[in-house]
Design a protein around this ligand. Structure first.
Ligand code: ADP
Ligand code: ASP
Ligand code: MG
Length: 409
């Protein structure tokens, strides 16, 4: 029998009606003779009673009083509630099921609390439970250190639990169930005519995830890609099969999809652009700037170094600190808060002339100033003010006709 991993996100578990649909998706795959490992997130989103953000709001006014190790105990509780409720529902429906914590399922991590990395998964316990005919429910987002401390894998980490379990169990596939019909050409909350793709490559979806498309965690994609496990992203609220994520790079470069240069746009908001100019008497401006950022653990992005200085971005919440640090070492940086990094992504854009020209056209037509840009062979980034973010995404989506994107079959 083949193993299938199904992961259900917060909105898929947040109401009685949604949970009934979850049971249906489980029953359907059981009838297809899969052995099922079901990974669950905490129920709902901020404001819902057992959502991760709601749990964290219980300590919000205490500042940083709670150490990261104990904070993990709190933020991992929501998944335990989901797993036990789902176990109860399955059993009530006559389906044999057990529920395990991340640690109970053998997920061993390092001790970077709040962003732990999976070191190994000891699968014996899951395998025995599957062989005994159970659906095995595993709390997403969690692990345990060798010394028995409870850890979490970083926000959105249930996706990572799912693909890591899929890799360790050599699953036939990992299905990520969420509240949208797959990987879309843009965030549907901003671009109303965003369209679900039927197939996408690991590389492309990894890029989208790293550039802010929240629908799947980038680490989850990396793990699936390394293990070459197919992923499906689909909606709990529909019978449509969603998006298959697989190694389609060969197909992408074939004549059949020559027009598919760009497959999506993504965004990250809340960033500050910092410009530092070289000053007389200060040699090695770049070295000094980036060493100072590293010393103060400020993460930098969108870096552009030139003989006259450096331009880069930090998250808005780190901006004041970054400026103060630079002033301390004798620079007078310029900071532009409230920017958004927009990414135009496509595995097929490599070597295709005119993509940047169309990006500039789309933004100019809307009167959107470009503060900075950069490119790789699969992504072009532009920095704009956050107030222009939605119209930038919409105009780029329209310029590349992504609502009408050519599909791979
Ligand atoms: P879950 O709780 O199921 O893990 P998330 O909120 O983490 O769900 O991710 C799903 C959300 O990701 C969608 O509701 C959608 O608004 C957002 N999203 C952003 N970019 C994309 C995209 N390119 N395709 C699909 N969804 C996207
Ligand atoms: N519940 C966790 C979070 O909100 C993990 C997840 O949903 O993937 O980040
Ligand atoms: Mg998620």
């Amino acid at each position: 029998m083949h193993i299938l991993v199904q992961k259900f996100g917060g909105t898929s578990l947040s109401s009685k009606e949604a949970r009934e649909l979850v049971i249906k998706h489980i029953q359907r795959e059981r009838q297809r003779q899969y052995q099922l490992v079901v990974v669950v997130s905490a129920m709902g989103r901020k404001g819902d009673p057992y959502a991760t953000d709601t749990l964290l709001s219980l300590i919000a006014e205490h500042g940083d009083a709670l150490p990261v190790k104990e904070r993990d105990l709190l933020q991992g509780c929501g998944e335990i509630i989901s797993a036990s409720v789902l176990c109860s529902l399955l059993r009530a429906a006559g389906i044999p099921a057990i529920a395990l914590t991340g640690g109970g399922a053998g997920i061993i991590t390092d001790n970077q609390f709040g962003k732990a990395r999976i070191l190994e998964i000891r699968t014996d316990r899951i395998r025995h439970a599957l062989q005994a005919g159970n659906v095995v429910i595993v709390t997403g987002f969690q692990g345990v250190t060798e010394s028995g401390d409870f850890t979490t894998l970083g926000r959105g980490g249930s996706d990572t639990s799912a693909t890591a379990l899929g890799a360790a169990l050599q699953a036939a596939r990992v299905d990520i169930y969420t509240d949208v019909n797959g990987i879309l050409t843009a965030d549907p909350r901003i671009v109303k005519d965003a369209r679900a793709l039927s197939v996408i490559s690991y590389g492309e979806v990894g890029n989208m995830a790293r550039q802010g498309a929240k629908v799947i965690h980038p680490r989850a994609v990396e793990i699936a890609q390394q293990a070459r496990i197919p992923l499906r992203v689909r909606s709990t609220f529909s019978e449509e099969e969603g998006t298959l994520v697989t190694d389609v790079s060969d197909v992408l470069h074939s004549g059949a999809v020559r027009d598919r240069h760009v497959i999506g746009v993504a965004h990250v908001s809340g960033v500050t652009q910092i410009t530092v100019q070289a000053q007389e008497g200060h040699a090695d401006v770049q070295l000094q700037v980036f060493q100072a950022m590293a010393r103060h653990h400020i993460s930098v992005d969108f870096i552009n170094v030139n003989p006259g200085g450096a331009v880069y971005t930090v998250f808005d919440q780190d901006a004041d600190k970054a400026v103060a640090v630079l002033q301390e070492i004798g620079y007078s940086p310029r900071a532009v808060n409230g920017c958004a990094k927009i990414s135009v992504i496509g595995g097929g854009m490599n070597g295709v002339p005119g993509i940047m020209a169309r990006i500039v056209e789309a933004l100019t037509e809307e009167g959107i100033p470009i503060l900075q840009s950069a490119d790789s062979n699969t992504t072009i980034w532009v920095l704009v003010r956050e107030s222009y973010m939605a119209s930038a995404l919409q105009s780029l989506h329209a310029k590349f006709a992504l609502h009408d994107i050519k599909e791979l079959k």
